[in-house]
Design a protein around this ligand. Structure first.
Ligand SMILES: NC(=O)c1ccc[n+]([C@@H]2O[C@H](COP(=O)([O-])OP(=O)(O)OC[C@H]3O[C@@H](n4cnc5c(N)ncnc54)[C@H](O)[C@@H]3O)[C@@H](O)[C@H]2O)c1
Length: 287
């Protein structure tokens, strides 16, 4: 549940595969008013207006979309100055150059790429909270998205490092903004199809790997809704005493040591070979 009629800002919409889209839809279904942000007008034209055939034109036209590149502090400031009072913010934003930050070799001398990825994927959350706080004079909530940092995944390289920093930042911001009655939490999602995920080598095979480590069944498409439920819950009034937390919505995969024994595994109705998304030839994220 969210506060009916109140405004929630959902940052990081690219297309209808975005986790931001699922979260925004859930907040709307629960009665909230949603303002989406897209990185810039060009991204909106390419990914939402031209390429996304699943979004009906009327629905797209009715969305309240603002532009905000989180590497530009002035844009973040302007965004929150122009919205009136809001109840919460979802930060669903990340970037890493796949050629330098996500390859087979962890080491790279592309320091600018590492720092840009860190800026977008981690420190931008602090700037968002800083500028958003004035729009939440009576308190509010911020939720960001992370991916399991308890283990090291092949190829995820610098994004894994930046997600670990993001989780530390969530705790630091929770401590700093308790006095403002602003809560800061993260949802640690299992693997889900999206454009960002498609840039990570071997990501599609993670679906199969997740099935061997997750006690609950995991669906890279349908379970976006479960991640959206948790994000909308955390941003809403029933989580009023929850802050500084990283809540895993991953089917339980992050608590399992090794892989599940065959007798422990959920019996998936279709064979893994039937998964149209799976890359059978490619490398796995676990190496
Ligand atoms: N897809 C997954 O499996 C998965 C799992 C766990 C966590 N996450 C996290 O969820 C969040 C959303 O990712 P997604 O999977 O929905 O992919 P996505 O590609 O739909 O969303 C990523 C968003 O970040 C935005 N972005 C990148 N650089 C930006 C900048 N400079 N300014 C503003 N926005 C910028 C992109 O435009 C895009 O809208 C990310 O933080 C991602 O790491 C994803």
């Amino acid at each position: 549940m969210v506060e009916p009629g109140r405004t929630y800002v959902v940052m990081g919409l690219l297309d209808s595969d975005s986790i931001a889209w699922a979260i925004g839809r859930r907040i709307r279904e629960w009665g909230g008013r949603v303002v989406f942000t897209v990185q810039n007008e060009r991204m909106k034209t390419i990914f939402l207006d031209r390429s996304d055939r699943r979004l009906p034109a009327e629905e797209l036209a009715a969305l309240d979309i603002r532009f905000c590149d989180v590497t530009d502090d002035a844009q973040i400031e302007r965004l929150f100055e122009g919205l009136g009072e809001i109840e919460g913010v979802v930060h669903s934003v990340a970037y890493a150059n796949p050629r330098t930050c996500l390859g087979e070799e962890f080491h790279t001398d592309a320091m600018e790429d590492i720092l840009r990825s860190y800026h977008i994927s981690c420190t931008s959350l602090a700037r968002v909270v800083w500028h958003a706080r004035r729009a939440m004079p009576g308190g509010g909530a911020v939720v960001t998205l992370t991916f399991d940092t308890s283990r090291v995944y092949a190829y995820y390289n610098w994004m894994g490092v930046h997600k670990a920093a993001l989780e530390a930042l969530v705790r630091a911001l929770a401590r700093r903004h308790g006095r403002d009655l602003i809560r800061v939490n993260a949802v640690s999602a299992g693997p889900l199809h999206s454009r960002a995920a498609s840039k990570i080598p071997g990501f599609n095979r993670l679906h199969r790997i997740w099935r061997s480590v997750s006690p609950l069944p995991w669906d890279v498409e349908a379970d976006k809704e479960e991640v959206a439920n948790m994000a909308a819950f955390l941003i809403g009034p029933y989580a009023r005493k929850v802050t500084g937390q990283v809540i895993a919505v991953d089917g339980g995969a992050s608590v399992v040591a090794g892989t599940l024994m065959p007798f422990e595994q959920w019996k998936y109705p279709t064979s893994l070979a039937d998964d149209p998304h799976e890359d059978h030839e490619g490398p796995t994220l676990h190496g």
